[in-house]
Write a protein that binds this ligand. Structure first.
Ligand SMILES: Nc1ncnc2c1ncn2[C@@H]1O[C@H](COP(=O)(O)OP(=O)(O)O)[C@@H](O)[C@H]1O
Ligand SMILES: [Mg+2]
Length: 315
């Protein structure tokens, strides 16, 4: 493991929808679990796919063990509010009494950001949770955060609480959570993208908003679904120049094969261009994950990505 990793308590995985955030969260969990760390993966009220990626029973609102050294939870915002309320009022019964009141429920729902804060607060709390023996329940909590805009909205909530809410329990907790999110030694924000134009543009904006407006440092960029370069420069030139790649291949490369080869070359060029934009625009430590031909929806496929993390980041 690299030197900075052991102190990290929270990893926030974010990025555009569909780029592979959940796959990355699962792969990171596997990689850390393999290194002997106890990992909790927290999902934000999603139609969850993580259990399929880790080969477990479905993951619901209750924390449960999903694989060796890995626990999972799919946070339900209302239950999080309830948990938070019970914790701050020190009485589940009292909170249930209040929470089950129809008017209070409607009132609570109308507070902007309450659900987001309840989920973030729960995540923060799990980073501090202790077992009976006094050891931390988890060495690392991985938050599979909502996609770009919603993720930013979510992280904005504790900042707003810290800035505008009068001193009290709520602000005290938000201050602790906010301090964690802003501390690059304890919290690592991982931005996931794919090397295509739109996701790259969105990633540059997302990282800009995180580091600028929110002042939450981004620790790492993960470029997912990278196609390995298939052709040498000479082969690329040959395909582009419409001359046979090798003597006697005229027939082979005459039709579809040549077109496919050229298309692939062009895709690699576009991909390289987006990777250059990301490198120049962000200047972040970067992990590259391969495009897996059969997708990333099985524990075995996630294992391949986890291995990349172990080789190229978490050594
Ligand atoms: N490296 C990869 N190679 C191939 N398919 C991938 C890869 N990473 C993710 N996928 C696939 O892309 C889709 C979206 O991934 P997912 O992790 O659910 O994205 P997100 O959580 O960002 O919405 C899934 O079908 C997943 O299996
Ligand atoms: Mg997801």
């Amino acid at each position: 493991m690299s030197e900075a990793v052991p102190t990290v308590k929270l990893v926030i995985v974010t990025g555009k929808g569909g780029v592979g955030k959940t796959s990355v969260a699962a792969a990171l969990a596997q990689a850390h679990a393999k290194s002997g760390r106890r990992v909790l993966v927290a999902l934000c009220n999603v139609k969850e796919s993580l259990s399929g990626l880790l080969g477990s029973e479905p993951i619901d609102w209750q924390v449960r063990r999903v694989a060796q050294n890995i626990w999972g939870v799919n946070m339900d915002p209302e239950r999080c509010v309830e948990e938070y309320g019970a914790m701050t009022l020190h009485s589940k019964a009292l909170f249930a009494l209040l929470f089950n009141n129809k008017f209070l429920r409607t009132f609570l729902r109308a507070i902007p950001g309450l659900h987001e804060w309840a989920m973030l607060g729960k995540v923060w709390w799990h980073t501090t949770e202790l077992r009976e023996n006094g050891a931390f329940a988890y060495d690392l909590v991985i938050l599979d955060a909502p996609a770009t805009g919603h993720g930013l909205d979510m992280l904005r909530v504790p900042k707003v609480i810290v800035e505008v809410v009068p001193p009290g329990i709520l602000r005290r907790d938000a201050e602790k959570a906010w301090a964690l999110f802003q501390d690059p030694l304890r919290c690592q924000v991982v931005v996931v993208t794919v090397p295509e134009e739109m996701p790259t543009t969105e990633t540059l904006e997302l990282a800009g908003a995180m580091q600028g407006e929110l002042r939450i440092p981004v620790g790492r960029l993960v470029i997912n679904s990278v196609s390995a370069p298939l052709f040498s420069q000479a082969e690329r030139a040959a395909v582009g120049a419409e001359v046979p790649v090798f003597p006697g291949s005229e027939g082979l490369l005459a039709g579809g094969l040549r077109a496919a080869a050229r298309e692939r070359c062009e895709r690699e060029t576009r991909q390289a261009h987006q990777m250059k934009r990301l490198a120049e625009g962000l200047n972040l430590p970067t992990t590259y994950l391969p495009l897996l031909p059969d997708g990333a929806a099985t524990p075995e496929a996630i294992g391949v990505l986890a291995k990349r993390f172990l080789e190229a980041w978490l050594r």
